[in-house]
Ligand binder design. Sequence first.
Ligand code: IPM
Ligand code: MG
Length: 377
Amino acid sequence: MKNILCLPGDGIGIEVMAEARRVGDWFVKNRGLGMRFEEGLVGGSSYDVHATPLTDQTMQRAMDADAVLLGAVGGTKWDNLDFKVKPERGLLRLRKDMDLFANLRPAFVYPALAEASTLKLDVVSGLDILIVRELTGGVYFGEPRGISDIGNGQRRGINTQVYTTAEIHRVGRVAFDIARKRNNRLCSVEKANVMESGLLWREEITKLHKAEFADVELSHMYADNCAMQLVRNPKQFDVIVTDNLFGDLLSDAAAMLTGSLGMLPSASLGATDKNGKRRALYEPVHGSAPDIAGKGVANPLATILSFGMMLRYSFGWSDDADMLEKAVGNVLESGVRTRDIQQAGKKLVSTKEMGEAVMNELERLAAMAPRRERSGA
Ligand code: IPM
Ligand code: MG
């Protein structure tokens, strides 16, 4: 039995999680998957009850779970809180304490949505790239950090960009491994022309390549050029590996190539321990979107697809993950759209209706694919 901790968080996180949960229940009931779902608070919703964006108790439950599914955190309501208790700190603590150093952010253009992209059709149609973002190091966590008084009414803000060989190697290995399972090409991205940490990144990725992954085609690119290439000719990439901050920026850009931030799932993975268990957290790339929260218009597909990544990466149930991805593709093909991906002549639906459309399509697909007996479920 797999224990899944669901942390809806704030804003649209609550609405999109509800749909992912219904899809999860569907798999339990109709595909015999052994999963148990629990809920907890994170972000502003946790702050409102416990005066902290993540309690130690919820942190422990995340550590003990087989996987965590998260909605989104943050919102204007908590903008003026002290930095240490901002909603985002809850998410960052989960990533850090679970040691989820490898963040997988696929950007895949569904044929039905190619025209929803702000870029020209031929630039994005058929796009299928994956960004591997380092998630527990770099400027997000580097010390020293803080804001200090330096006299004369002046203040100074400091953050530190820092990487070690081991940190670069472990995320590099994940990226090379994934490249091997895809089109065998990896592009490593930094600012080796300006930053020592970037130079070290480039040298260490090169060493790792020589020592363990010489069969993978490796290239290097400066981060500013990569941002430009992502909008100029994104199909040149297969897998990109980069640091925490550049990965944050580049994955938003990559997401928009697919038509909407509302479509992109992600997986954050830790190391595999001696019992073969790997800590993992799955979440949509989009944020809590306070402007549309509570209106029932958010797109739940990124969270539903994040749940699909969980089936694949945490539990190895790839036929079920395939089925879910196929259902999402078919629903889009049929012309069902939430507001963020709406196009002329398509059927505009609510968050809930999109969840229902996915489940109806799952029903249809299940009728064609008989259920298997499973081991370890
Ligand atoms: C992301 C988000 C987070 C980040 C925020 C919410 C802390 O933008 O997951 O990309 O900056 O990592
Ligand atoms: Mg981001």
